[in-house]
Ligand binder design. Structure first.
Ligand code: NAD
Ligand code: UGA
Length: 457
């Protein structure tokens, strides 16, 4: 193996944890993570890491200063690299052609041009960001413009980690996907990257494909996961109309081994930085290639998600006698899922925005994401309190609205909570994570997702 010096451009939710695990598992490889955001680099070098991930501080502690470094992006860092991962953000484009659908590749392209300016010929470039199919080919054109040989071989190595379980997903990945060109240079580069992973991943879990299959497999995996969530959420609406119970439905269909139990939890909708953007991107690509039915099919996964959030908000309003104006509502959980401080595209953002439109007063509580919640709702008209203590959030509230199923919410003293609330007191459980029978017995009116509401009137 020739790779002794790895650099990663992008110190975000993926770049930071991924490189920390590579450094931890490959003690003789030097790993440097760089970013244009200097405050983020400073945070990675401090005790307060910029992302919350269970188990991450321990991994960083072991490797940082030994063979893991967080540093500003300088020409010298790039010049020393044998392999450069590009792990920059690829958000939905907000302007121009494809606005609201296509991926914005400006950060990727800027990174490629910086690599071209400063890296040594022969440096392997690894596309870690999630990108449209054939991006590596475009990047390769930029990097190898004056030369028909692959001076900078470009590999696709998408990341499948989920937030909240990033460290365990990286330590024991179900698969590592490496896409390369089928030239001898491309295949040799793929073997170099494979050798890094094989420090700790069994070879049978390392899958080699073409660059295009690798890029498209990443978009497909996210689309199919999100499609399961939208499928069960669509059924939750039908359950509410028909008297069926969506939890029973999930269990019953999931026991079929061909379907499987995972990703069948109905709720207020999927969030996170990727599902929505990746599906819109996939739909856009299909449309651009003239496959309108394919584009519409995937688009409907996002449409059902929007419908689900809308249904949830309408349910709150209808149950609370068609007005929440001036009423305090406690929002339990703001992160897009438990185990993370990430609020990007969190359903809570849209739920809160809708409730503020209705002139509700909100009290948001979340064990990790309060600062990000404050930033996400900043500037919206209305009153929002951010309270670390759920008991303080709920005091004087007319309703408790669950947007994230943090396990600690189950452990709270709901008799105490009920006593401190206005009556009638409502629970809108957007994650079906609380003990509904018990809450009903205490006196709450309970409105779950995909099952009959339990009201005292
Ligand atoms: P992020 O926004 O947390 O991090 C990206 C970082 O790149 C930022 O810190 C930004 O400052 C930096 N950056 C942007 N342009 C730069 C440049 N020119 N030079 C140096 N640094 C630059 O994003 P993320 O969540 O880590 O996602 C990164 C990519 O990984 C995306 O394509 C995403 O789709 C994909 N992905 C994300 C996840 C996830 O769970 N978040 C999982 C799998 C894949
Ligand atoms: C997802 C994928 O699971 C990762 O494999 C992928 O790497 C990543 O996107 C990415 O490309 O960014 P993540 O978004 O971190 O990971 O979290 P998930 O566990 O997939 O949850 C996404 C959303 O779906 C959450 O809001 C979650 O609450 C929701 N969800 C998930 C449900 O509503 N029901 C379910 O049954 C499962």
């Amino acid at each position: 193996m020739n790779v002794r010096n790895i650099v990663c451009i992008g110190a975000g939710y993926v770049g930071g944890p991924t490189m920390a695990v590579i450094a931890d598992r490959c003690p003789d490889v030097r790993v440097t993570v760089v970013d244009v955001n200097e405050a983020k680099i400073a945070a990675w070098n401090s005790e307060a890491l910029p992302v919350f991930e269970p188990g991450l501080p321990e991994v960083v502690q072991r490797a940082r200063g030994r063979n893991l470094f967080f540093a500003p992006l300088t020409p010298q860092v790039l010049a020393e690299a044998d392999m450069i991962f590009v792990c920059v953000n690829t958000p939905t484009k907000a302007y121009g052609e494809g606005a609201g659908m296509a991926a914005d590749l400006q950060y990727w392209e800027k990174s490629a041009r910086t690599i071209l300016a400063h890296a040594r010929p022969g440096t392997i470039v690894v596309e870690k960001s999630t990108v449209p199919v054939r991006t590596a080919e475009a990047i390769s054109r930029i990097l190898n413009q004056s030369n028909r040989d692959e001076v900078f071989p470009v590999l696709s190595n998408p990341e499948f980690l989920a937030e909240g379980t990033a460290v365990q997903d990286l330590v024991a990945p179900e698969r590592v996907l490496i896409g390369s060109s089928n030239s001898s240079v491309g295949e040799a580069a793929a073997r170099e990257l494979g050798a890094i992973y094989e420090y700790w991943v069994a070879p049978e879990h390392v899958l080699y494909t073409s660059v295009w299959s690798s890029e498209l497999a990443k978009l497909t995996a996210n689309a199919m996961l999100a499609q399961r969530v939208s499928s069960i959420n669509a059924m939750s609406a039908l359950c509410e109309k028909s008297g069926a119970d969506v939890t029973e439905l999930s269990r019953a269909v999931g026991m079929d081994g061909r379907i499987g139990q995972r990703f069948l939890e109905a709720g207020v909708g999927f969030g996170g930085s990727c599902f929505r953007k990746d599906i819109l991107n996939l739909s856009y690509i299909a449309g651009q290639l003239g496959l309108q039915q394919v584009a519409d099919y995937w688009r409907s996964v996002v449409d059902i998600n929007d419908y689900q959030i809308d249904r949830f908000c309408k349910g709150i309003l209808e149950n609370m006698f068609n007005t929440v104006a001036g009423k305090r509502l406690a929002v339990f959980g703001f992160a897009f899922k438990p185990g993370t401080d990430d609020v990007r595209d969190a359903p809570a953002i849209r739920v809160c925005t809708r409730l503020l439109d209705e002139h509700a007063e909100l009290a948001v509580t979340d064990p990790q994401a309060l600062d990000n919640a404050r930033a996400a709702l900043d500037g919206l008209p209305g009153t929002v309190h951010y309270l670390a203590d759920p008991y303080a959030a709920v005091a004087g509230a007319h309703a408790l609205v669950v947007c994230t199923q943090w396990p600690q919410f189950r452990e709270l003293d709901y008799e105490r909570i009920f006593a401190s609330m206005e009556k009638p007191a409502f629970v809108f459980d957007g994650r079906n994570c609380l003990d509904h029978e018990r809450l009903y017995d205490i006196g709450f009116n309970v409105v779950p997702i995909g099952k009959a509401p339990m009201r005292h009137y």
